[in-house]
Design a protein around this ligand. Sequence first.
Ligand code: ZN
Length: 372
Amino acid sequence: MDAVEALSERTRRAQEVAGEALGRVVRPAATEPGDRSLDTLAQLDQKDRKASRLVNRARRMFATKPMAVRLAELRGSLEQQYRNAIYCASRLTQEGARIRGKYCGTRWCLVCSAIRTAKLIRVYEPILKTWEHPCFVTLTVPNCSANELFGVIKRIVEVLRLIQRSMRRTHKVPLVGVRKLECTFNERRLDFHPHLHLIVENKAIAELVVKLWLKRFPECSPAAQDVRPTDAQGVKELFKYFTKLTTRVTTASGKSISRRIPTEALDVIFQAMVGRRVYQPMGFTVDAPDEDAPIDPTDTTVAAEERPEPVLWDWEQSVADWVDRSTGETLTGYVPAAEFRKFVEGWSSGETGGQTAPLWKNPRSGADVPDK
Ligand SMILES: [Zn+2]
């Protein structure tokens, strides 16, 4: 603990003691650390200290709940799974300093994604660190419509597998890397951009992959593919999210603002990703957590302070925190910044920040789209 932390810890304790004297516990408000979008929220790394980890978790809970409600209200094929995210970690049980809860494990839950991301980085980072000249590769195809998305994702994943085989058999350059499947939504054109990111062992592999990709997709622009050297930061970039929840748009007055991606578009992306691995090691194996599995209930979080008696903490969206109903005390003290609260509550009101959501019929909610 450094001096600043020690000081703030003492301040916190002093506030608590004073609060207890007043008959209630007062905690320091953990306010919004600057202007963080939902995307950076999904990538907050696992180095956060124990106390602030719970604050970050509260922040993710606060953002996930209304989003999951909106997604479930679309009544598509993932409705039940979106509902699971609504109830994720809704009750935490504290015994001593240990906090346990039931986590949904779904991909659209920002709480569970963050837990899984931390685990993935722990598994992959030591391996990638042994590569002397790792390269970050981006492989793209032209944007597609909602109806085409499932087929296009299937195709790009298959093509990369074929390239891997051809590199091993024909080119004698084994593809060693980590593949990530990502999809973003283009707000202006109302279409989708599925693409692959890879971190590969060296530049020779990277360049060969791009060359073979362009051979398989002659309609693709070489300028839309990318190879660049990377480092430990690139590893973290790779694991941050598989779809953005916001887009940055420029208003008429020239101001750049963050805007929610329409729920309908997110639902299309999540449905197209069902059964697809977001991350795949290529040319080596890892003991990585299953991307769709529930989070191990034995996963525990350590509370800022130990309790002599067991405490039940219930999530309360209006407070943006878990609350001990018997005392009214909150668990983390998280207080969303006004701007962030407005952003998150926009999910509930359904407004997308000035734009009309594209209300297309979801291709995966009705009859199955034939595989291409
Ligand atoms: Zn969850």
